[in-house]
Design a protein around this ligand. Structure first.
Ligand code: ZN
Length: 165
């Protein structure tokens, strides 16, 4: 009876475990911690248990006990997270949720993602133009970017957004 009880307890303890997957960045998180990504590549990763469609892999992540492979079903679009041991024997599928937009350490937003009115409150049109050019890898005027950089702290103070370009 004791064994049964402890098995039940282990099951309960594991209940809160939660994976989340950021499909845009192809990052996998376990309780907010980002897992080590080993590769991303679209390969046939099996078949969907729900609809039988082909699973296309999105990324592979290492865990202390083996590997996790995230893939998307080409049929129904659901995300599947399969767990393997260190010798690539399939252990089972794990529940996975879509990651919130900015899990873990806060990500730097792209200039185009920041509301225009907020940017224009701090930066001049020329500074904004060159920040965007720099971000896109296009030629820009250094002076404008230097002037803009001097205002990043002010921008963060006003709008709570850190820019890093
Ligand atoms: Zn499916």
């Amino acid at each position: 009876m004791r064994g049964d009880l402890s098995a039940g307890w282990v099951k309960c303890a594991g209940f809160g475990e939660m994976y989340s997957f950021d499909e845009r960045e192809r990052e996998l998180y376990f309780e907010g911690e980002r897992l080590d990504r080993r590769w991303t590549g679209e390969e046939l990763a099996g078949f969907c248990a729900g609809c039988g469609g082909e699973l296309s892999s999105l990324g592979c992540y290492s865990t202390p006990g083996g590997w996790l492979v995230a893939s998307r079903c080409r049929g129904c679009g659901s995300i599947v997270l399969a767990e393997y041991d260190s010798r690539w024997a399939w252990k089972g599928d794990r529940e996975v949720a879509a990651a919130p937009p900015t899990p873990g350490p806060r990500k730097m937003p792209r200039i185009s993602e920041i509301p225009r009115e907020e940017l224009e409150a701090v930066f001049t049109p020329a500074e904004l133009r060159d920040m965007e050019r720099c971000e896109r890898g296009e030629p820009y005027l250094r002076q404008n970017l230097y002037r803009a950089r001097a205002k990043y702290q002010k921008f963060e103070r006003l709008f709570g957004v850190r820019i890093d370009i």
